[in-house]
Design a protein around this ligand. Structure first.
Ligand code: CMX
Length: 436
């Protein structure tokens, strides 16, 4: 057993006992009343999942094992201490172990992933190549993830009579393989679709995010720095968001990590979730085209935003199911942009949109949160650094999201969480409840 796994099981054992005790002694305790409106309104605010990797506060945003994004930027190990961004390997360690890693821990994970990444079977690339080039990159990404499940250590061990106590171990092996390989898959799709199939080999001496940037064809320190930040801030958003919940739900049937993560990625591909990052770019570009200006004025943007609402459309990049303030993931990207590329035209535009859209959405009355989310700026930032092909943005989100949802899956198996099976009722049942 490698040192990471040994540490993990030693950390997990007391927690597993604690959970057993909790369920045995306090299983009958009522923790919350649930209204009919909550059930029919997407179960917002209904506590029904246990996830320790991160926690989302409506006012202050995400904290990973208690650490805010600014704290992570300060305290996680970096390649370049003076002017760098934290390594996603460090965030993975933090989410898995619950404490900050040392540089040696991060180096160990980087090395593990670079080694494991070498083993992608050739049929995975055949599967991608069998799809039309104009198939959305998320279709290609998810097909590759499913095709990789032929390698699932979990399924093989299960068929060989693996005991329940060892589910976490086989899951860990699949998760480490899967995470290590996603940058290669994402970069392969990017080069296939947008760069005439001119592929770039991985450089095993690079870190995970640096390698993604390298294999996509961006070797500057600037893009690698951006990629590390991007991979950190999109990694996790507690357990109830669509990609995390879908991964957990499918995993609860003991589906292997590839099937489970694929389910999450299908959810991420929805325009109300991860696809919003590219939709923002389409919205900005449509606005520029229709107004006939590269830099529309604040008044013109206001009018365009009202027009979008009047057509019954959403303004992508704004609003959130949990957050009630500006998303700190938006703020940190804006800080990054202000520091390095304040004059970039898309950044200028995003700032103007930010000045008026919350006010426009506020007039709608029913919206709970008119403030920008992570997607309001991420595409503009990537695009300003030369990654101008919008359909790849959700794939990059997906590569990052693997860190959180797959760490959650390892912990689901450590805790031995059961199959998820909420009760559904008919409309008549709800009508009767309303009367009674
Ligand atoms: N533009 C227009 N209308 C919006 C809106 C927006 N950006 N955000 C919310 N609304 C509307 C909702 O559609 C809903 O209208 P109906 O009652 O007619 O259905 C009403 O305002 C109330 O919604 P809410 O309770 O405030 O928000 P929800 O929890 O239902 O939805 C979200 C949250 C993110 C889906 C929604 O804000 C939205 O569609 N935003 C735009 C898409 C987006 O940016 N998604 C990315 C989110 C972050 C991520 O996962 O990556």
């Amino acid at each position: 057993m490698d040192c990471l796994k040994e540490l993990l099981i030693s950390i997990a054992k007391p927690e597993i006992e604690l959970l057993k005790e909790l369920r045995k002694k306090h299983g009958d305790k009522v923790i919350q009343e649930v209204t009919l409106g909550q059930v029919l309104g997407g179960m917002k605010g209904v506590v029904s999942l246990m996830t320790s990797t991160s926690k989302l506060d409506p006012e202050n945003g995400i904290r990973f094992r208690g650490y805010s994004i600014p704290e992570l930027r300060e305290q996680l190990p970096k390649i370049n201490e003076k002017d760098g961004e934290p390594l996603p390997e460090g965030l993975f360690y933090l989410m898995l172990m619950g404490s900050l890693p040392t540089k040696a821990d991060v180096h160990f994970i980087s090395h593990q992933w670079a080694t494991r990444a070498q083993g992608i079977p050739s049929h995975v690339f055949d599967v991608i190549n069998a799809l039309p080039k104009d198939a959305h990159p998320m279709i290609q990404f998810n097909s590759a993830i499913l095709a990789m499940s032929t390698e699932s250590a979990f399924r093989k061990a299960y068929l060989n009579g693996m005991s329940k106590e060892n589910y976490w171990d086989a899951t860990y092996e699949g998760v480490m393989d899967l995470i290590s390989r996603l940058p290669i898959i994402a970069a392969y799709i990017y080069r296939r679709v947008f760069h005439d199939e001119k592929y770039i080999d991985m450089d095993p001496s690079l870190d995970w995010a640096g390698n993604l940037s390298h294999m996509m064809g961006f070797d500057s320190d600037e893009v690698k720095r951006l990629m590390r930040l991007y991979m950190v801030i999109h990694a996790d958003h507690e357990g109830g968001n669509v990609s995390a919940h879908a991964t957990h739900l499918v995993g609860s049937a003991l589906a292997n990590p590839y099937y489970s993560f694929s389910a999450g990625m299908n959810g991420l591909a929805g325009p109300l979730h991860g696809m919003a990052n590219q939709d923002v770019m389409h919205w900005l570009n449509r606005m520029k085209r229709e107004i006939g200006s590269e830099q529309p004025s604040v008044d013109q943007i206001r009018e365009y935003a009202f027009e979008t609402l009047s057509k019954g459309q959403v303004i992508p990049g704004y609003g959130h199911a949990v957050l009630r303030k500006t998303d700190p993931r938006f703020t940190v990207q804006m800080e990054f942009a202000e520091k390095y590329i304040p004059e970039a035209p898309y950044i200028q535009l995003v700032k103007k949109v930010f000045q008026v859209v919350p006010e426009v959405l506020g007039t709608k009355g029913k919206i709970q949160n008119p403030w920008p989310n992570v997607d309001a700026i991420s595409g503009s930032l990537l695009s300003s650094y030369g990654i101008t092909e919008y359909p790849i943005y959700t794939v990059l989100f997906g590569v990052s999201r693997s860190l959180g949802v797959l760490t959650q899956l390892i912990w689901d198996r450590l805790y031995g969480l059961p199959i998820e099976r909420p009760k559904s009722q008919t409309l008549d049942w709800f009508m009767d409840k309303a009367k009674g």
